[in-house]
Design a protein around this ligand. Structure first.
Ligand SMILES: C/C(=C\C(=O)SCCNC(=O)CCNC(=O)[C@H](O)C(C)(C)COP(=O)(O)OP(=O)(O)OC[C@H]1O[C@@H](n2cnc3c(N)ncnc32)[C@H](O)[C@@H]1OP(=O)(O)O)C(=O)O
Length: 270
């Protein structure tokens, strides 16, 4: 278990709003929207503790199950039980809930579930279970996807495009203090992990899905999501979200129609 307490400042939320291209939420009255805690209470590992992929190899949970395994964000479940209020101290407790070995179509997988509990003043405000997957190292010469964008599929009425490019990925990495090189270092992403482009963060795709719901005026209180295929920066990002409903099925696809993430967002007021 690790624990971190900090006073929540407005600047990270303002920076995230500018990255996402949305108006900053009214932090005085509404608190942080669902998933916006991802730019707060971050681990700040020593540079000397980073491994070759840019992730820490020690000092924070979870450490990789074995050297050379490739870490990815696979999904998660987040419930916002109350508003995290900016200007006040909050505490994040982090613990590993489970480690499970599976065999997927891509080979051996180790899923590590990490629970974060965020509290402020009078109680728990956010409960998150984050699924991290470790894959075996792919041969560097095997491309994991296409280097060129597919023929664009036109947007449906409940879809909108969110622009992704290297600057968006770099700024999201910086805001979340995530040094994983697949998101900003093209040579590393290609030559070492075999991606013919920069990889879009799973949490960024989840945020775009939650924000698509918030854009309809609803207050999202929970999300359950999976990142099902890597999305590369040149493939485009299209988010789908119904305009109404108390349980909304959301997804992300690339321009060519390949789904890379999906989820269910709860909005009790519909
Ligand atoms: C931040 C951050 C890192 C990142 O953001 S990395 C970029 C975002 N993440 C991704 O791009 C991951 C994309 N997903 C994949 O590449 C594949 O889905 C994955 C995880 C490699 C698994 O594919 P497979 O085809 O090998 O696996 P299967 O579909 O055959 O499933 C095998 C069993 O695993 C379970 N499972 C699959 N996906 C998930 C998931 N997302 N969450 C939980 N469990 C999953 C599946 O149910 C199967 O289980 P059974 O019990 O039925 O065998 C950072 O590092 O911080």
């Amino acid at each position: 278990m690790t624990e971190r307490t900090e006073v929540l400042q407005p600047e990270p939320a303002v920076a995230l709003a500018r990255l996402l291209g949305v108006p900053p939420p009214n932090l005085d009255t509404d608190g942080l929207p669902l998933l916006w805690h991802w730019v707060y209470l971050l681990d700040r590992p020593l540079q000397a503790d980073l491994g070759p992929d840019g992730h820490p190899v020690r000092g924070v949970v979870p450490a990789p199950p074995a050297p050379g395994r490739r870490r990815m964000a696979a999904g998660g479940r987040v419930t916002r039980t109350g508003p995290l209020v900016v200007g006040r101290a909050a505490t994040r407790r982090t613990e590993i809930v489970s480690t499970t070995d599976k065999t997927g179509r891509s080979g051996p997988l180790t899923f590590v579930v990490v629970r974060h509990t965020l509290s402020q003043d009078d109680g728990v405000k956010v409960i998150e279970e984050q699924d991290i997957v470790y894959r075996d190292a792919a041969p560097a010469a095997t491309p994991a996807g296409s280097a060129t964008a597919a023929t664009p599929v036109p947007l449906e009425a409940d879809e909108r495009a969110f622009p992704v490019d290297p600057t968006v990925l770099f700024r999201f990495s910086a805001l979340t203090y995530n040094a994983h090189r697949i998101h900003y270092d093209r040579d590393y992403a290609h030559d070492v992990e075999g991606y013919p482009g920069l990889v879009v963060h799973g949490p960024l795709q989840a945020l775009v899905m939650a924000e698509a719901v918030r854009a309809t005026g609803a207050t999202a209180t929970a999300i359950d999501y999976r990142v099902v295929a890597p999305l590369l920066h040149h493939q485009g990002l299209v988010v789908r979200s119904p305009a109404t409903g108390s349980s909304r099925r959301v997804s992300v696809r690339d321009h060519g129609g390949r789904v890379t993430a999906n989820g269910l967002v709860e909005t009790p007021a519909g």
